[in-house]
Design a protein around this ligand. Structure first.
Ligand SMILES: C[S@@+](CC[C@H](N)C(=O)[O-])C[C@H]1O[C@@H](n2cnc3c(N)ncnc32)[C@H](O)[C@@H]1O
Length: 177
């Protein structure tokens, strides 16, 4: 499976270093980051990441099967933090509590590459998933240096090939201090 285009963009901004993939899933983005020379920690609550990691068999890949909220993010540790279509699967209050920890886990020049769901998204009736307005997303990252901010509002497919309306904010931002 191809890596997310946002992740391909992000590695053009930051050179190889330590990367964290939050909600790594099938490891499609992790595999790409390893190929680009990153050492990667993949976090997901689904134990299937361990099986996928065994197939990858790369000593620069570390996996943690845990909830986003229980992971130890550390401080100024990661050159790149990637989270593609995964953090919105937290209730909004939990996501908002977590965001400062994620930002704080970036190195001084660290890059955050994240997607969040918008209010018109096809899953917006789901419980315990977070949806944001554009101004909310702008506010959430106003303390960072934004490199790319795209709002997509279109018919598309899920990763499984099912039709879905996507309202998604795609953001690449650098730590501002
Ligand atoms: C839609 S998939 C995206 C996978 C991957 N980022 C990609 O782009 O292919 C969302 C992933 O987030 C993980 N996830 C959802 N909520 C989580 C949580 N609270 N803690 C850890 N992982 C979570 C799921 O297990 C799933 O693998």
């Amino acid at each position: 499976m191809k890596p997310a285009s946002l992740v391909i963009r992000a590695v053009k901004i930051t050179g190889p270093g330590l990367a964290l993939d939050l909600g790594a899933g099938s490891l499609r983005n992790v595999k790409f980051l390893l190929e680009q020379g990153f050492e990667v920690t993949a976090v997901d609550k689904d134990p299937v990441i361990s099986e996928c990691a065994a197939e990858v068999n790369n000593d620069k890949l570390h996996t943690e099967v845990t909830n986003f909220e229980d992971f130890d993010y550390g401080e100024r540790k990661y050159d790149l933090i990637v989270s593609i279509n995964s953090l919105p699967f937290l209730p909004k209050d939990a996501l908002l509590r977590l965001l400062p920890k994620i930002k704080n886990a970036l190195t001084d020049e660290g890059v955050l590459c994240i997607t969040l769901f918008g209010e018109r998204d096809g899953w917006s009736n789901k419980k315990d998933v977070s949806f944001f307005s554009r101004s909310e997303v702008e506010g959430l990252f106003s303390d960072m240096h934004t490199i790319m901010f795209v709002e997509e509002d279109l018919e598309g497919d899920t990763i499984q090939g099912d039709p879905k309306y996507w309202h998604v904010f795609k953001l690449i931002a650098k730590r501002a201090e």
